[in-house]
Design a protein around this ligand. Structure first.
Ligand code: 5GP
Length: 137
């Protein structure tokens, strides 16, 4: 069975996609720790980074860094990058992903019940800004 992230890649389930190229996709986490909490995922379904060839891992890291720097620029805040958020408790989606979590107020992270709470009102406003089509601008 394909992972939930592969289903997003194949557009079988919806997600708020902020970046995509031939080998990677990035979209907002459905249960964000903070606004614009984003997951960066290789399209090839590797369970963990240990399964990845080095060149693909380094390419993924390049994208993660570009997105993190882009967010820092447009959101004006510190950015946490975490591999598999539940690093202590384990991984819940077995498809490699990196979390990019802005620290918008530098206080304790806010736990949203569901991202819909802010997507509804704000995602359209920010989508253009967040779109990594502008990554190099
Ligand atoms: P992990 O604990 O494996 O590092 O985190 C997986 C992340 O995937 C969680 O933060 C969770 O909220 C997110 N997630 C799980 N299912 C979905 C989904 O269907 N859509 C989106 N956008 N995010 C998801």
């Amino acid at each position: 069975m394909t992972s939930i992230f592969t289903q997003i890649i194949e557009r079988k389930i919806p997600a708020s996609i902020v970046y995509e190229d031939n080998s990677h996709i990035a979209f907002l986490d459905i249960y964000p720790f903070e606004k614009w909490h984003t997951l960066v995922v290789p399209k090839k379904e590797y369970e963990t980074i240990m399964d990845m060839p080095e060149d693909e891992y380094l390419e993924l890291q390049k994208i993660v860094l570009q997105i993190a720097k882009h967010y820092e620029k447009i959101l004006w805040c510190g950015i946490n990058v975490v591999q598999n958020n539940k690093a202590i408790a384990g991984q819940s989606v077995f498809h490699v992903h990196f979390h990019i979590i802005p620290r918008l107020d530098n206080s304790k992270p806010v736990f949203f019940e569901s991202s819909e709470k802010y997507w509804e009102n704000e995602v359209d406003i920010y989508r253009e800004k967040l779109s990594l089509l502008n990554i190099n601008s």
